[in-house]
Ligand binder design. Structure first.
Ligand code: IMP
Ligand code: MG
Length: 179
C-alpha cells in the first residue's frame, strides 16, 4: 500500500495536533448546546472518530451518505442521499463533518437538504479545503488544512475505496490512476 504513495502531504502528527485544536474550539463554541455532529460517509469516519474524542462536551453523532465520485477523481455534480440520518435534527445545533471540500457541490447539496429540516443552526467542519477548485460557495466554519489541487488519499479519503486506512494524508503516484 505505502509503495503507491508518491509523497506525504500531512503527517500523522500534524493531523493529531489539528484535530486536538479543532476539538478545543468546538468544546468552547458548543459548550451547553449538545450539538449533533453529522459525519459524511465514508470519508469522514476517521476524522469524525478522532474529532469527537477531542470534544469534551455532551454531543451526539449521526452519519449520512451521499453519492460522490464512484471510482473517478473528479466531481460529477450529481448528488444523491444513499443513507439518510437516523435522528431528527429539528431544533438541534448541527455540525457537518466532512473529510474534504473540493468543488463544494456535495456540501452545498447537503446543507440545502439538512436546512429544510429546521435545525437550530448548521455549521461545517472540514478537515481539508481544496479552495482553488471551489464551484459552489459554501461557508467553512472550521477548517483543518488548505491543500493544493492534488488528489489525496488516507485518513479516511480513498481512491476506488482503497487507502482509507493510511494514518496520514498522501498523494498517490500518478501512474496509479485508472480512467
Ligand atoms: P466536492 O463535491 O467536489 O466538494 O467533493 C467532495 C467529496 O469528493 C469529498 O467528500 C470526497 O469524498 C471526494 N473528494 C474530493 N477530493 C478528493 C481527493 O483529493 N481525494 C479523495 N476524495 C476526494
Ligand atoms: Mg466525502
Amino acid at each position: 500500500m505505502e509503495a503507491d504513495i508518491d509523497h506525504v502531504l500531512i503527517t500523522e502528527e500534524q493531523l493529531g495536533a489539528k484535530v486536538r485544536e479543532l476539538g478545543a474550539r468546538l468544546t468552547e463554541d458548543y459548550d451547553g448546546k449538545v450539538p449533533i455532529l453529522i459525519g459524511a460517509l465514508n470519508g469522514a469516519t476517521l476524522f469524525m472518530s478522532d474529532l469527537v474524542r477531542a470534544c469534551r462536551i455532551l454531543l451526539s453523532i449521526d452519519f449520512i451518505a451521499v453519492s460522490s465520485y464512484g471510482s473517478g477523481t473528479r466531481s460529477s455534480g450529481v448528488v444523491r442521499i444513499l443513507k439518510d440520518l437516523d435522528r431528527n435534527i429539528e431544533g438541534r445545533h448541527v455540525l457537518i463533518v466532512e473529510d474534504i471540500v473540493d468543488t463544494g457541490l456535495t456540501l452545498s447539496y447537503l446543507i440545502e437538504s439538512l436546512s429544510a429540516r429546521q435545525p437550530a443552526s448548521i455549521k461545517i467542519c472540514a478537515l481539508l479545503d481544496k479552495a482553488e477548485r471551489r464551484v459552489a460557495n459554501v461557508p467553512l466554519d472550521y477548517t483543518g488544512f488548505q491543500i493544493p489541487d492534488e488528489f489525496v488519499v488516507g485518513y479516511g479519503l480513498d481512491y476506488d475505496d482503497l487507502y482509507r486506512n493510511l494514518p496520514y494524508i498522501g498523494v498517490l503516484k500518478p501512474e496509479l490512476y485508472r480512467g
